[in-house]
Design a protein around this ligand. Structure first.
Ligand SMILES: [Zn+2]
Length: 372
Protein backbone atom coordinates (compact mmCIF):
# COMPACT_ATOMS: atom_id res chain seq x y z
CA UNK A 1 0.00 0.00 0.00
CA UNK A 2 0.98 3.65 -0.53
CA UNK A 3 1.86 6.04 2.30
CA UNK A 4 3.31 9.57 2.61
CA UNK A 5 6.43 9.73 4.78
CA UNK A 6 9.31 11.95 5.84
CA UNK A 7 12.85 11.27 7.01
CA UNK A 8 12.71 12.96 10.42
CA UNK A 9 15.19 15.81 10.97
CA UNK A 10 15.84 16.02 7.20
CA UNK A 11 14.37 19.13 5.61
CA UNK A 12 11.77 18.77 2.87
CA UNK A 13 12.08 14.97 2.77
CA UNK A 14 8.40 14.23 2.17
CA UNK A 15 8.01 11.30 -0.26
CA UNK A 16 5.80 8.36 -1.17
CA UNK A 17 6.63 4.94 0.30
CA UNK A 18 5.36 1.47 -0.51
CA UNK A 19 4.53 -0.54 2.62
CA UNK A 20 3.01 -3.87 3.48
CA UNK A 21 -0.71 -3.61 4.22
CA UNK A 22 -1.23 -4.09 7.98
CA UNK A 23 -3.50 -6.82 9.35
CA UNK A 24 -5.79 -7.17 12.39
CA UNK A 25 -3.37 -9.77 13.78
CA UNK A 26 -0.76 -7.03 14.31
CA UNK A 27 -2.69 -6.06 17.49
CA UNK A 28 -2.70 -8.55 20.34
CA UNK A 29 -5.71 -10.06 22.18
CA UNK A 30 -7.95 -10.04 19.09
CA UNK A 31 -8.62 -6.31 19.57
CA UNK A 32 -7.23 -5.22 16.20
CA UNK A 33 -9.28 -3.20 13.71
CA UNK A 34 -8.19 -2.75 10.10
CA UNK A 35 -9.28 0.68 8.81
CA UNK A 36 -9.45 1.85 5.19
CA UNK A 37 -8.39 5.50 5.23
CA UNK A 38 -10.91 7.75 3.46
CA UNK A 39 -9.61 11.22 4.31
CA UNK A 40 -6.59 12.69 6.09
CA UNK A 41 -6.17 16.34 7.01
CA UNK A 42 -2.85 18.13 6.50
CA UNK A 43 -1.87 20.93 8.87
CA UNK A 44 0.95 23.04 10.27
CA UNK A 45 2.23 20.09 12.28
CA UNK A 46 2.84 18.10 9.07
CA UNK A 47 4.54 21.15 7.57
CA UNK A 48 6.78 21.59 10.63
CA UNK A 49 7.75 17.90 10.64
CA UNK A 50 8.64 18.18 6.93
CA UNK A 51 10.66 21.29 7.87
CA UNK A 52 12.66 19.03 10.23
CA UNK A 53 11.52 21.01 13.31
CA UNK A 54 10.49 17.81 15.13
CA UNK A 55 9.19 14.29 14.42
CA UNK A 56 10.68 10.90 15.34
CA UNK A 57 10.62 7.67 13.28
CA UNK A 58 9.28 4.47 14.88
CA UNK A 59 11.87 2.02 16.21
CA UNK A 60 13.43 0.05 13.33
CA UNK A 61 12.44 2.58 10.64
CA UNK A 62 14.34 5.46 9.08
CA UNK A 63 11.10 7.15 7.98
CA UNK A 64 7.89 8.31 9.64
CA UNK A 65 4.50 8.05 7.93
CA UNK A 66 2.80 11.44 8.41
CA UNK A 67 -0.84 12.24 9.21
CA UNK A 68 -2.78 12.59 12.46
CA UNK A 69 -6.10 14.15 11.30
CA UNK A 70 -7.87 11.01 10.11
CA UNK A 71 -11.18 9.54 9.01
CA UNK A 72 -11.80 6.01 7.77
CA UNK A 73 -14.03 2.97 7.39
CA UNK A 74 -13.65 -0.33 9.26
CA UNK A 75 -12.52 -3.04 6.81
CA UNK A 76 -12.06 -5.94 9.27
CA UNK A 77 -12.23 -6.54 13.03
CA UNK A 78 -10.44 -8.98 15.35
CA UNK A 79 -12.39 -11.68 17.21
CA UNK A 80 -12.62 -9.72 20.48
CA UNK A 81 -13.91 -6.47 19.00
CA UNK A 82 -17.59 -6.09 19.91
CA UNK A 83 -18.07 -2.32 19.66
CA UNK A 84 -17.32 -1.95 15.94
CA UNK A 85 -18.15 -3.83 12.77
CA UNK A 86 -17.12 -3.77 9.12
CA UNK A 87 -18.44 -0.67 7.34
CA UNK A 88 -18.53 1.59 10.45
CA UNK A 89 -16.93 5.02 10.11
CA UNK A 90 -14.20 5.79 12.65
CA UNK A 91 -11.67 8.41 13.72
CA UNK A 92 -8.58 7.30 15.65
CA UNK A 93 -7.10 9.23 18.55
CA UNK A 94 -3.43 10.25 18.23
CA UNK A 95 -1.40 9.80 21.44
CA UNK A 96 -0.80 6.34 22.93
CA UNK A 97 -0.13 5.44 26.58
CA UNK A 98 3.38 4.09 26.03
CA UNK A 99 5.20 6.36 28.48
CA UNK A 100 6.26 5.66 32.05
CA UNK A 101 4.35 8.47 33.77
CA UNK A 102 1.40 7.81 36.07
CA UNK A 103 -0.81 9.59 33.50
CA UNK A 104 0.05 7.02 30.85
CA UNK A 105 -0.71 4.23 33.28
CA UNK A 106 -4.21 5.52 34.03
CA UNK A 107 -5.10 6.20 30.37
CA UNK A 108 -4.65 10.01 30.64
CA UNK A 109 -1.67 10.05 28.26
CA UNK A 110 -2.65 13.52 26.98
CA UNK A 111 -1.36 14.73 30.40
CA UNK A 112 1.90 12.72 30.22
CA UNK A 113 4.90 14.21 32.00
CA UNK A 114 7.36 12.12 29.96
CA UNK A 115 9.65 13.90 27.49
CA UNK A 116 9.29 11.03 25.03
CA UNK A 117 5.79 10.69 23.74
CA UNK A 118 4.08 8.41 21.29
CA UNK A 119 1.84 10.07 18.74
CA UNK A 120 0.72 8.58 15.44
CA UNK A 121 2.14 10.57 12.53
CA UNK A 122 4.27 12.77 14.82
CA UNK A 123 6.46 10.86 17.23
CA UNK A 124 7.58 7.20 17.31
CA UNK A 125 4.45 5.81 15.60
CA UNK A 126 3.44 5.84 11.92
CA UNK A 127 0.51 8.09 11.04
CA UNK A 128 -2.58 7.86 8.88
CA UNK A 129 -1.40 9.24 5.51
CA UNK A 130 -1.65 5.69 4.19
CA UNK A 131 -4.24 3.55 2.43
CA UNK A 132 -4.84 1.45 5.54
CA UNK A 133 -3.88 1.36 9.20
CA UNK A 134 -4.52 -1.07 12.02
CA UNK A 135 -5.32 -0.01 15.57
CA UNK A 136 -6.60 -1.33 18.90
CA UNK A 137 -10.37 -0.79 19.09
CA UNK A 138 -9.83 1.16 22.35
CA UNK A 139 -8.41 4.07 20.34
CA UNK A 140 -11.15 4.29 17.69
CA UNK A 141 -14.15 6.59 18.00
CA UNK A 142 -17.26 5.70 16.02
CA UNK A 143 -18.63 8.38 13.69
CA UNK A 144 -22.31 8.71 12.71
CA UNK A 145 -22.81 8.57 8.89
CA UNK A 146 -24.57 11.98 9.08
CA UNK A 147 -21.20 13.69 9.72
CA UNK A 148 -19.00 11.48 7.49
CA UNK A 149 -18.38 14.36 5.06
CA UNK A 150 -16.81 16.60 7.72
CA UNK A 151 -15.46 14.10 10.28
CA UNK A 152 -11.87 14.77 9.17
CA UNK A 153 -12.27 17.92 11.30
CA UNK A 154 -12.73 15.88 14.49
CA UNK A 155 -9.05 15.52 15.43
CA UNK A 156 -8.29 19.28 15.36
CA UNK A 157 -11.61 19.88 17.17
CA UNK A 158 -10.63 17.39 19.91
CA UNK A 159 -7.83 19.73 21.05
CA UNK A 160 -10.36 22.54 21.51
CA UNK A 161 -12.81 20.27 23.31
CA UNK A 162 -10.07 19.39 25.77
CA UNK A 163 -9.34 23.08 26.37
CA UNK A 164 -13.02 23.88 26.97
CA UNK A 165 -13.45 20.84 29.23
CA UNK A 166 -10.47 21.91 31.31
CA UNK A 167 -11.88 25.43 31.58
CA UNK A 168 -15.21 24.12 32.88
CA UNK A 169 -13.42 21.72 35.28
CA UNK A 170 -11.33 24.60 36.67
CA UNK A 171 -14.34 26.90 36.94
CA UNK A 172 -16.16 24.37 39.14
CA UNK A 173 -14.23 26.07 41.97
CA UNK A 174 -16.73 28.95 41.56
CA UNK A 175 -19.77 26.77 42.43
CA UNK A 176 -21.71 28.85 39.93
CA UNK A 177 -20.29 30.09 36.63
CA UNK A 178 -22.59 31.20 33.85
CA UNK A 179 -20.23 32.43 31.12
CA UNK A 180 -21.92 34.42 28.38
CA UNK A 181 -19.21 35.99 26.27
CA UNK A 182 -16.06 34.62 24.68
CA UNK A 183 -13.24 35.91 22.51
CA UNK A 184 -11.40 33.62 20.11
CA UNK A 185 -8.02 34.95 19.05
CA UNK A 186 -7.15 33.63 15.60
CA UNK A 187 -9.74 32.43 13.09
CA UNK A 188 -7.77 29.86 11.09
CA UNK A 189 -9.12 26.33 11.12
CA UNK A 190 -8.54 25.88 14.87
CA UNK A 191 -10.06 29.28 15.66
CA UNK A 192 -13.13 28.65 13.49
CA UNK A 193 -13.71 25.27 15.15
CA UNK A 194 -13.43 27.04 18.53
CA UNK A 195 -15.97 29.67 17.44
CA UNK A 196 -18.26 26.80 16.42
CA UNK A 197 -17.83 24.86 19.70
CA UNK A 198 -18.57 27.99 21.74
CA UNK A 199 -21.59 28.90 19.64
CA UNK A 200 -22.92 25.35 20.21
CA UNK A 201 -22.64 26.13 23.96
CA UNK A 202 -24.63 29.34 23.53
CA UNK A 203 -21.84 31.90 24.05
CA UNK A 204 -21.87 35.29 22.38
CA UNK A 205 -18.62 34.86 20.45
CA UNK A 206 -16.13 37.42 19.14
CA UNK A 207 -13.59 36.15 16.62
CA UNK A 208 -10.39 38.14 16.04
CA UNK A 209 -8.02 37.91 13.09
CA UNK A 210 -5.44 40.16 11.43
CA UNK A 211 -7.23 40.42 8.06
CA UNK A 212 -9.92 42.97 7.31
CA UNK A 213 -13.36 41.38 7.51
CA UNK A 214 -14.61 42.36 4.06
CA UNK A 215 -14.17 39.56 1.51
CA UNK A 216 -12.43 37.34 4.06
CA UNK A 217 -13.99 33.87 4.05
CA UNK A 218 -12.97 33.14 7.66
CA UNK A 219 -14.74 36.32 8.83
CA UNK A 220 -17.78 35.42 6.77
CA UNK A 221 -17.85 31.97 8.39
CA UNK A 222 -17.71 33.59 11.85
CA UNK A 223 -20.73 35.69 11.00
CA UNK A 224 -22.59 32.82 9.32
CA UNK A 225 -22.61 30.98 12.64
CA UNK A 226 -23.70 34.02 14.66
CA UNK A 227 -20.31 35.27 15.86
CA UNK A 228 -18.90 38.80 15.49
CA UNK A 229 -15.62 39.28 13.63
CA UNK A 230 -13.12 42.09 14.27
CA UNK A 231 -9.70 42.76 12.77
CA UNK A 232 -6.89 43.29 15.29
CA UNK A 233 -5.33 45.65 12.71
CA UNK A 234 -8.08 48.07 13.72
CA UNK A 235 -8.87 47.14 17.32
CA UNK A 236 -6.67 45.35 19.85
CA UNK A 237 -8.29 42.71 22.01
CA UNK A 238 -8.02 44.96 25.04
CA UNK A 239 -9.55 47.92 23.18
CA UNK A 240 -12.43 45.73 22.03
CA UNK A 241 -13.61 45.42 25.64
CA UNK A 242 -14.54 49.12 25.60
CA UNK A 243 -17.13 48.22 22.98
CA UNK A 244 -18.15 44.73 24.03
CA UNK A 245 -17.21 44.48 27.72
CA UNK A 246 -14.71 42.00 29.16
CA UNK A 247 -14.93 38.35 28.16
CA UNK A 248 -15.79 35.44 30.45
CA UNK A 249 -13.60 33.12 28.39
CA UNK A 250 -10.75 33.82 25.97
CA UNK A 251 -9.28 31.12 23.72
CA UNK A 252 -5.88 31.94 22.20
CA UNK A 253 -4.85 30.13 19.01
CA UNK A 254 -2.94 32.70 16.92
CA UNK A 255 0.63 31.42 17.28
CA UNK A 256 1.68 34.99 18.18
CA UNK A 257 2.69 34.91 21.85
CA UNK A 258 2.71 38.67 22.70
CA UNK A 259 -1.06 38.72 22.23
CA UNK A 260 -1.35 36.63 25.41
CA UNK A 261 -0.69 39.70 27.58
CA UNK A 262 -3.39 41.61 25.73
CA UNK A 263 -5.76 38.69 26.28
CA UNK A 264 -5.00 38.64 30.01
CA UNK A 265 -6.25 42.23 30.24
CA UNK A 266 -9.46 41.47 28.33
CA UNK A 267 -10.69 38.90 30.81
CA UNK A 268 -13.70 39.46 33.05
CA UNK A 269 -13.70 38.83 36.83
CA UNK A 270 -13.63 35.05 37.44
CA UNK A 271 -12.84 34.62 33.75
CA UNK A 272 -10.51 32.05 32.20
CA UNK A 273 -7.92 32.28 29.44
CA UNK A 274 -7.04 29.10 27.51
CA UNK A 275 -3.71 28.99 25.67
CA UNK A 276 -3.45 26.55 22.75
CA UNK A 277 -0.67 27.92 20.49
CA UNK A 278 2.62 26.03 20.25
CA UNK A 279 5.15 28.87 19.87
CA UNK A 280 8.53 27.22 19.34
CA UNK A 281 10.44 30.42 18.49
CA UNK A 282 12.34 32.80 20.74
CA UNK A 283 10.20 35.92 20.44
CA UNK A 284 10.25 38.27 23.43
CA UNK A 285 8.01 41.14 24.35
CA UNK A 286 8.40 44.15 26.64
CA UNK A 287 6.06 46.92 27.79
CA UNK A 288 3.93 44.40 29.63
CA UNK A 289 1.92 46.22 32.33
CA UNK A 290 2.86 43.60 34.88
CA UNK A 291 1.47 45.32 37.99
CA UNK A 292 -1.88 45.78 36.30
CA UNK A 293 -2.07 42.20 35.01
CA UNK A 294 -0.99 40.69 38.29
CA UNK A 295 -3.53 42.76 40.19
CA UNK A 296 -6.31 41.83 37.77
CA UNK A 297 -5.57 38.13 38.27
CA UNK A 298 -5.33 38.39 42.05
CA UNK A 299 -8.28 40.68 42.75
CA UNK A 300 -10.49 39.19 40.05
CA UNK A 301 -9.88 35.48 40.66
CA UNK A 302 -8.92 35.13 37.02
CA UNK A 303 -7.33 31.91 35.70
CA UNK A 304 -5.15 30.85 32.77
CA UNK A 305 -4.47 27.30 31.53
CA UNK A 306 -2.40 25.72 28.77
CA UNK A 307 -3.72 22.79 26.79
CA UNK A 308 -2.34 20.28 24.27
CA UNK A 309 -3.36 16.97 22.74
CA UNK A 310 -6.64 15.24 23.60
CA UNK A 311 -8.03 12.10 25.17
CA UNK A 312 -10.81 9.86 23.95
CA UNK A 313 -13.51 11.76 25.89
CA UNK A 314 -12.60 14.96 24.03
CA UNK A 315 -13.04 13.22 20.66
CA UNK A 316 -16.44 12.01 21.88
CA UNK A 317 -17.43 15.57 22.88
CA UNK A 318 -16.32 16.69 19.42
CA UNK A 319 -18.59 14.14 17.70
CA UNK A 320 -21.54 15.72 19.55
CA UNK A 321 -20.60 19.28 18.55
CA UNK A 322 -20.03 18.33 14.89
CA UNK A 323 -23.39 16.56 14.80
CA UNK A 324 -25.21 19.47 16.49
CA UNK A 325 -23.55 22.03 14.20
CA UNK A 326 -24.42 20.04 11.09
CA UNK A 327 -28.05 19.92 12.30
CA UNK A 328 -28.22 23.64 13.20
CA UNK A 329 -26.07 25.07 10.40
CA UNK A 330 -26.12 22.51 7.57
CA UNK A 331 -23.11 22.86 5.27
CA UNK A 332 -21.18 25.30 7.49
CA UNK A 333 -18.48 22.79 8.45
CA UNK A 334 -18.18 21.66 4.84
CA UNK A 335 -17.22 25.23 3.86
CA UNK A 336 -14.10 24.85 6.01
CA UNK A 337 -12.85 22.02 3.73
CA UNK A 338 -11.41 24.42 1.18
CA UNK A 339 -8.63 22.39 -0.49
CA UNK A 340 -9.05 18.73 -1.48
CA UNK A 341 -6.09 16.70 -2.74
CA UNK A 342 -7.16 13.59 -4.68
CA UNK A 343 -4.89 10.66 -3.84
CA UNK A 344 -1.81 10.37 -1.62
CA UNK A 345 0.48 10.42 -4.69
CA UNK A 346 -0.32 14.12 -5.05
CA UNK A 347 1.29 14.96 -1.70
CA UNK A 348 3.43 17.70 -3.30
CA UNK A 349 0.25 19.72 -3.94
CA UNK A 350 -0.69 19.52 -0.26
CA UNK A 351 2.73 20.76 0.86
CA UNK A 352 2.66 23.55 -1.72
CA UNK A 353 -0.55 24.77 -0.05
CA UNK A 354 0.78 24.28 3.51
CA UNK A 355 3.98 26.16 2.67
CA UNK A 356 2.10 29.08 1.07
CA UNK A 357 -0.96 29.41 3.25
CA UNK A 358 -1.22 33.18 2.67
CA UNK A 359 -1.40 32.73 -1.09
CA UNK A 360 -3.87 29.83 -1.10
CA UNK A 361 -6.08 31.15 1.73
CA UNK A 362 -6.71 27.55 2.73
CA UNK A 363 -8.75 26.84 5.82
CA UNK A 364 -8.45 23.05 5.73
CA UNK A 365 -6.39 21.07 3.24
CA UNK A 366 -7.05 17.34 3.16
CA UNK A 367 -6.42 14.21 1.11
CA UNK A 368 -9.25 12.19 -0.29
CA UNK A 369 -7.55 8.79 -0.11
CA UNK A 370 -10.66 6.79 -0.98
CA UNK A 371 -14.31 7.69 -1.68
CA UNK A 372 -16.76 7.76 1.27
ZN1 LIG B 1 -3.19 18.86 12.83
Amino acid sequence: MKAVAVVPKKQNSVHLVEMEKPSVGDIKDGRGVLVEVLRVGACGTDREINNAEYGVAPKGFDFLVLGHENFGRVAEVGENVTELETGNYVVATVRRPRGKSIYDQIGEQDFTTDDKYYERGISRLHGYMAEYYVEDADFLVRIPPAIAEIAVLLEPLSIIEKGLKQASDIQERLKIWHPKTAAVLGVGNVGLLTVMALRMRGYRVHGFGRDAGKGYLNAELCEAIGAIYDSTAETTIEQSTEKYGQYDLVFECTGYSPIVFDAMQALNENGILILASVTGGDRKTDQVPSDKINQMFVLGNRAMVGTVNAGREHFELGVKDLTLCEAMHPGWLGRMLTHKISGLENFAEAFEILNNSGKFKAIKTYFEVSKI
